[in-house]
Design a protein around this ligand. Structure first.
Ligand SMILES: C[S@@+](CC[C@H](N)C(=O)[O-])C[C@H]1O[C@@H](n2cnc3c(N)ncnc32)[C@H](O)[C@@H]1O
Length: 238
């Protein structure tokens, strides 16, 4: 299983720190409160990256979370930073656990990186107990009409995987979840874009550093899609 080259790059860590997403832990805190998870609940962080959320949930919220990620390199960092944490290689499309074992699944800025999103949603539904919560934060296209051009790029970034949020919400419902909350948090993405331009000079310069040659023309294809950021919370209903 391969990881995601852009998120393993030192420039990404330099820009984002330990949480590889916009907004740090603010939305995580909101999600934890909304889902009312307790210390008795088992939680899975899907695409845990460097393990920052697993550590935060366990140490700052007193919860019981574990993480999976396809990137062995990021998992090595996660284990080094959290010697008491449980981290395993795995992907959203093939979660390496039995049915109905988790009270909660978190997916922070990872659905956009999955090659088969519907398969991943089915997997989340399978591993959740009935009534369990699925907490998602991710990028999306505020103008999905322009997505075709973006999809022709090979660059591995969550931004290449932008999608139509209405389509995602419809898929989530179709697969047996009840959507409890959808909030737009595009201001967090905007803050990150400003920080990126401040630190790297331009978005193009940043994409080139993290994606090399395959980043050519990426920013031009991305802009018309109007990237946004959202939080969704859904509950396994059946
Ligand atoms: C934007 S980073 C977010 C990492 C972490 N959730 C965080 O917020 O710090 C995206 C993560 O998704 C992982 N990823 C890529 N493809 C994946 C897949 N198919 N299933 C699960 N995770 C995936 C990457 O390896 C990376 O760690």
């Amino acid at each position: 299983m391969s990881g995601n080259c852009a998120y393993e790059s030192p420039e990404m860590t330099e820009l984002l720190g330990e949480t590889l997403r916009p907004g740090g832990f603010d939305l995580t805190d909101k999600g934890v409160k909304f889902c009312e998870w307790t210390a008795a609940d088992l939680l899975l962080d899907l695409g845990c990256g460097q393990g920052a959320t697993v550590s935060y949930l366990n140490h700052s919220h007193g919860l019981k979370a574990m993480g999976i990620d396809p990137s062995r390199k990021l998992l090595d960092i996660a284990r080094k930073n959290n010697p008491d944490g449980v981290f395993e290689v795995g992907s959203g499309e093939a979660i390496p656990y039995k049915d109905a074992v988790f009270e909660g699944v978190l997916s922070e800025c990872t659905l956009s990186l999955m090659s088969d999103r519907v398969a991943a949603l089915k997997e989340v539904h399978r591993v959740l107990k009935k009534g369990g919560s699925f907490y998602i934060t991710d990028v999306y296209a505020r103008n999905p009409e322009s997505l075709d051009q973006l999809r022709s790029h090979q660059f591995e970034s969550c931004m290449r995987g932008l999608y139509d949020l209405k389509e995602l919400a419809a898929d989530v419902k179709k697969l047996g979840f009840e959507v409890l909350l959808i909030e737009d948090h595009s201001e967090l993405l905007k803050q990150l874009l400003v920080k990126t331009i401040f630190e790297f000079g331009s978005m193009n310069a940043f994409w080139k550093k993290t994606g090399g040659a395959c980043a050519a023309g990426f920013q031009e294809a991305l802009k018309p899609c109007k990237p946004g950021y959202y939080m969704m919370i859904a509950r396994k209903a059946e």
